[in-house]
Design a binder for this molecule. Structure first.
Ligand code: F6P
Length: 327
């Protein structure tokens, strides 16, 4: 590999709490190894447009505790086209950037792998997404914070649900994965959880909810993953409201949405992000490329970028059984 002098770092796709802690670790580890660092703003969009900023140690002061991303983020449609990737390569060459650290989710890594194939620039990925859906790491940066945010909101909803003996359908994020839903269902004592990894007939959902609500003079909470096959909590609500059997049920929906993406990262996310940011720079220095750094069983692990999205990270089916047992 060519000598490494100057690296670019960027955040891309949906922001995740802890991305700033990761940027800080990348910058400070690079500087400690006598590398120059350039922050690429707005992900691939900024890479194409040459929206670059020099990063020194001071530039990442006081961000470890902040949600969002100081480098900003974007989902770039242009970067899916080879001609725009060529434009990005030209901009990076002009700025003498000779390697990249990409912080993001599967879309970010698909972009990075295509870019690597076409233009050969060394790149290492750090898993940053609240969805926790990346193979090669036990947890992604932002997942723990999002999970705790969802849980805190479920606790609040439980209070009002209980006061009115209501049924609440609470929708959480996660795209096509049920990690947030499953874990906050257990933590929040939900009566039922619906996730994309398992199929549940609408009839079965309704029967279960009706039996819960008739057997108990108390509230019930059903956690629904946004990617569930029934199309989320609002669709399920519609199916229930159009069924006369639900006439007596006091039903409400709460979609937690982007509240799960914001806020100060948990200690766990800050530590994970710091470890991964440092590991990404060390991986580049050791000559690795086209890999994602992850933490598995508390050890840093490198996974070929392509495996990250082409292999499926499974949910823990034991936890699903546990939700059923404990509800
Ligand atoms: O991938 C992170 C995520 O928050 C998903 O959970 C969600 O489906 C999606 O991004 C929302 O994306 P956007 O912010 O572009 O609406």
């Amino acid at each position: 590999m060519a000598l490494l002098n100057r690296i670019g770092v960027f955040t891309s796709g949906g922001d995740a709490p802890g991305m700033n802690a990761c940027v800080r670790a990348v910058v400070r580890t690079a500087l400690a190894n006598d590398l120059e660092v350039v922050g690429i703003r707005r992900g691939y969009a900024g890479m194409i447009d040459g929206d670059y900023v020099e990063m020194d140690g001071q530039s990442v002061s006081n961000i470890v505790q902040k949600g969002g991303t100081v480098l900003k983020s974007a989902r770039s449609a242009r970067f899916r086209e080879p001609e725009w990737r060529a434009k990005a390569a030209e901009q990076l060459r002009e700025s003498h950037i000779d390697a990249l650290v990409a912080i993001g989710g599967d879309g970010t890594f698909q972009g990075a792998a295509a870019f690597h194939d076409e233009h050969g620039l060394p790149a290492v990925g750090c898993p940053g997404t609240i969805d926790n859906d990346l193979f090669g790491t036990d947890e992604t940066i932002g997942y723990d914070t999002a999970l705790n945010t969802a849980l805190e909101n479920i606790d609040r909803i439980r209070d009002t649900a209980d006061a009115h003996d209501r049924l609440f359908l609470v929708e959480v994020m996660g795209r096509d994965a049920g990690f947030i839903a499953l874990n906050c269902a257990i933590g929040g004592g939900a009566e039922m959880v619906l996730i994309p990894e398992t199929f549940t007939e609408m009839g079965e959902i309704k029967d279960r909810v009706l039996s819960l609500m008739s057997a108990q003079t108390r509230s019930s909470i059903v956690v629904v993953a946004e990617g569930d096959e029934h199309g989320g909590a609002i669709r399920i609500e519609q199916a229930m409201r159009s069924d006369p059997a639900f006439g007596q049920i006091d039903l409400r929906v709460c979609v937690l949405g982007h509240t799960q993406r914001g806020g100060s990262p948990t200690a766990r996310d800050r530590v994970l992000a710091s470890r991964l940011g440092a590991a990404a720079v060390e991986a580049l220095l050791a000559g690795h490329t086209n890999v994602m750094v992850g933490v598995s069983e508390n050890e840093i692990k490198l996974t070929p970028m392509r495996n990250v999205w082409s292999r499926k990270k499974n949910i823990n089916y034991e936890l699903l059984k546990l939700t059923q047992l404990l509800s």
